[in-house]
Design a protein around this ligand. Sequence first.
Ligand code: ATP
Length: 135
Amino acid sequence: SERTLVLVKPDGVSRGLVGEVISRIERKGLKLAALELRVVDRATAEQHYAEHDGKPFYNDLVEFITGGPLVALVVEGPRAISAFRQLAGGTDPVEKATPGTIRGDFGLEVQFNLVHGSDSPESAEREIKLWFPAL
Ligand code: ATP
């Protein structure tokens, strides 16, 4: 079994899609190991997106992710990392995510793509430590 860090980003929360996302996670057969609604501080957001530091969209991304409440989850199950990324769909909700995925069904813009999921076992470990240090 594997764990992954999932975020329902502020756009997903403000659009009322938290239940929809959690429902898809549960229907897939994945388990919730942690769940919290919170407003993230700038330092945590910068650490979370450290790999994008210096990219043109980095500042907007940090502003956006700190701009309202989000829902952070730890999701667990066999191949949880790729299982959730399959549920989420590609980064660009129109050009990459296909219908039937969270981003493909509900997203229009790359910045407002509703969810995050860790992209590797190393990222998952780092991100779970960052968001849920007690786990
Ligand atoms: P995430 O890390 O959130 O799961 P991802 O792995 O699909 O998304 P990354 O390439 O790691 O995509 O980008 C991280 C986030 O940065 C994206 O989810 C999106 O919100 C934002 N982003 C990426 N590229 C752009 C861009 N060209 N313009 C605006 N925002 C972007």
